[in-house]
Ligand binder design. Sequence first.
Ligand code: U2F
Length: 562
Amino acid sequence: VQAVFRSNLSHLLELMGSGKESLIFMKKRTKRLTAQWALAAQRLARKLGDVRRDQKQILVHIGFLTEESGDVFSPRVLKGGPLGEMVQWADILAALYVLGHGLRITVSLKELQSNLGVPPGRGNCPLTMPLPFDLIYTDYHGLQQMKQHMGLSFRKYRCRIRVIDTFGTEPAYNHEEYATLHGYRTNWGYWNLNPKQFMTMFPHTPDNSFMGFVSEELNETEKQLIKGGKASNMAVVYGKEAGIWKGKEKSLSILHKYMEVHGTVYYESRRPPEVPAFVKNHGLLPQPEFQQLLRKAKLFIGFGFPYEGPAPLEAIANGCVFLQSRFSPPHSSLNHEFFRGKPTSREVFSQHPYAENFIGKPHVWTVDYNNSEEFEAAIKTIMRTQVDPYLPYEYTCEGMLERVHAYIQHQDFCAAPGPAPLGARAPQSPFVLAPNATHLQWARNASLAAGAWPPARSLRAWLATAGRACTDACLDHGLVCEPSFFPFLNSQDAFQKLQVPCDSTESEMNHLYPAFAQPGQECFLQKEPLLFSCAGASTKYRRLCPCRDYRKGQVALCQDCL
Ligand code: U2F
């Protein structure tokens, strides 16, 4: 069956159910964004032309909202708790629905069981049941629940699961045996899924798929209106909880020398919020009113928390400059409570690395807040700078639809693995030396891996310098690491083509392989395909990195990926 774009979301709103504050928040958002989704669907339909899109049957099980997992989020929706996850789930549901797929939504264990066809009262069903869904979107909580209640079906069908995972899961943490042996075991990881089955909120690591969410888009008239109506001395502080203001008095008082300081901090009616008296606190605002506030403001300023949320994108889309603090040393699961136990070693160099690296100046300023002069100078310059509202394409409704469409039509983790990654059965090399002979390029006429996605012709292989992760090595060349190309590089032949002088070659389990160790001239191949990893570096190795090009404003997709 072909999928047909939908522009009327009222049935989706029904499917979303009711009751919980979190669902109410999500439904309001979906309703508000209906016109934007519809317009985006029209545009994408035009762009895709007559490309065939199969209709999938999809189950969305939002595990963190189930009572069985404690649902700590819903009661905090109106009290300044995290909303980023709700924003993202609402947008995922809208994208799947607008793309025209068959949708079921569950937010309780009971509903999950009945949709999976698990007989009621059978806690742990030992049978393999036919699964009525092509795809299941869930989160780590939901994954745990499915494992417990799907019996043998879980193993069989887990390749159909997609895990919405805000901060990402690196391959070293995902591989159970490896994680256990090498100290990568955490509360969340070790599911032995294909790392691309984990879908993140921002493009943190190309080892996972970037799912994202959307931000409201402005038309030209709105943009002009906003630009004209900005108060150059108005700042809004990022953060709905009073906690984030603690210890920031010095920066705040510098800011207050130049600007009127606004906040949207939640407080109980009997108790005033614990923020400096000069702050105009609006209390937690409904999302549309928060957007209105951003439209008037010149500056949106972060004080280090929350990490990597949606609000800075909304601020920038509404013409604000986002000022944030640089973290030195960077925060990570090794040194910061918030990231501890998360299945990633990623180092976070500022409150919002996406804003810093993918957007940057003039929209985003990342400065050292401990350096008062730098901080003060930034504020002064920002007040004088004219900035247009800006939203990266990948965070528009059309961009999200395009990306999710591509994933649904092309990502298949149930198919037999592609070219054999083991040294013993090395695939025939599909690439040739590029003219400049510093990297390998896919040979246009190569027939190997035809039909693979992303198409292998976008492969560019590089030997990274020692200590450099593939994520960074690819970015150095204006490319992005593409883990699904690792199998092409995992052979003696690949090393040879890159003119790496291997004295010996061994095949082992190590998330940094394939790699070359300079002392001893040893080449190492990857023995375990699940451990192919863009993330990870060691000064001992020069890693062999599979890079690819990407679309401007849509890093998840290569030029030829649609
Ligand atoms: C992030 O969680 P948050 O939910 O705290 O992220 P924010 O960037 O603050 O914003 C989420 C939404 O809250 C809305 C705003 C954003 O879309 O429009 N909002 C609002 O409705 N009213 C207001 O007064 C102010 C903002 C992240 F998303 C999570 O994944 C993390 O768990 C969390 C901690 O790092 O940070």
